[in-house]
Design a protein around this ligand. Structure first.
Ligand code: OSB
Ligand code: MG
Length: 371
């Protein structure tokens, strides 16, 4: 794969409404749009999904920009690759920094698919033409949670996820289910609990939730295994799984019954696919998580979720869940609860250059020497 240049653009966009978790509130999303261009002028796009501050993982927009600019792009200049998997393997010599790696690796996947005139879904082994869509409710009160659910139900979403913490769990879930007894509901705790809260968590078994996501520490698999033995509700791990090795260990220990796969969290599409393949083999259900992402990463998620093991509706909502105007064209839409998987080359969505230009804060271009 010949590369002529890589362009990084840091963009910033306000959310339509604030996104609340017990860890803080997101009102403005910054991200890095990565564009890898070949000598014919064909471009592949990826998105660095680290946040402005390290609340979800240790990376930030600034650390990602540094790792991309000073480490990963120079590495790619020195080492020619024939397939995106080689980029993923090349980047393994650098510790962690998964979101920075994923941003670049996924741009290479998009470019590779476009060079081969195939959809990204086809290139990675996708089998679905449409994927079931779920949505996240992350409000700061019961009434606004109920309002959001009402609206998202109307829009056809098939699964609802609500953020919980020890101060706001039983009553919140009970009220939601009193108003909407039939909705497929799950809860995400983003590590708000410890093992001392086991009785609180056991009480949530009353609600027959689809699952509870990441109740305990963000780097734990041992205590989650102890907790899973005491709960009827399935545990799903998010933060704790950053590699295939983590997934193997967690499954072996019984730390979870379900895994949320996010390509950004695990270093890219290659690792995400390896985790998917392993889980499919072991009979562990997976679903595709979200990162309050812009359209480029959302498009990659759609391709990823078209793989056969993604049996549970993920956090793949429409562009208009978060944004007044997204950076892709057309935007992602949900119809009768489904998002269709594009069949056109690469991620299958065009780039709204005008919108990206309006949002760009920093731009850097790296020219490759092609001998
Ligand atoms: O824990 O799944 C999470 C958003 C940002 C960071 C972490 C998480 C989330 C979400 C929202 O829950 C997912 C989405 O983008 O729809
Ligand atoms: Mg989560």
């Amino acid at each position: 794969m010949k590369i002529a240049n890589v362009k990084l653009r840091v963009i910033s966009m306000p959310l339509k409404s604030p996104f609340h978790t017990h860890l803080g509130t997101v009102t403005e999303r910054e991200g890095i749009i990565v564009e890898v261009t070949d000598p014919n002028g064909v471009s592949g796009f990826g998105e660095g999904v680290a946040f402005s501050t390290p609340w979800y993982t240790e990376e930030t927009v600034k650390t990602s920009l540094h790792i991309l600019s000073d480490i990963l792009i120079p590495m790619l200049m020195k080492n020619s690759i024939e397939h995106p998997e080689e980029a993923s393997i090349l980047f393994k010599s650098i510790r962690r920094n998964h979101m920075a790696k994923a941003g670049l690796e996924m741009a290479i996947w998009d470019l590779y698919a476009k060079m081969n005139a195939k959809s990204l879904s086809t290139v990675i082994g996708g089998t679905r033409a449409k994927i079931a869509s779920g949505v996240v409710v992350a409000a700061d009160s019961l009434s606004s949670s109920l309002n959001q659910i009402e609206k998202y139900l109307d829009e056809g979403y098939q699964r609802f996820k609500i953020k919980i913490n020890p101060r706001d769990d039983y009553r919140l879930l009970a009220e939601i289910l009193r108003h909407y007894p039939e909705i497929p509901l799950m809860a995400d705790a983003n590590s708000a609990y410890t093992l001392k809260d086991v009785e609180r968590l056991k009480a949530l078994d009353d609600f027959n939730l689809l699952m509870i996501e990441q109740p305990l520490a963000s780097d734990d698999i041992i205590e989650h295994a102890l907790l899973q033995k005491r709960l009827k509700t399935s545990i799903c791990l998010d933060e704790s799984i950053v590699s295939l090795e983590d997934a193997k260990n967690a499954i072996e220990l019984g730390s979870c019954k379900i895994i949320n796969i996010k390509a950004g969290r695990v270093g890219g599409l290659y690792e995400a696919k390896r985790i998917h393949d392993y889980c499919l083999d072991k009979g562990i259900d997976v679903w595709c998580g979200g990162m309050i992402e812009f359209g480029v990463s959302r498009a990659h998620n759609i391709a990823l979720a078209s793989l056969p093991g993604f049996t549970i509706p993920g956090d793949i909502s429409a562009s208009n869940r978060f944004w007044e105007e997204d950076i892709i064209s057309p935007e992602v839409t949900v119809e009768k609860g489904y998002v269709s998987v594009p069949a056109s080359p690469g991620i299958g969505f065009g780039i709204n250059e005008k919108r990206i230009r309006e949002l760009t804060q920093v731009e850097k271009t790296f020219k490759f020497e092609n001998k």
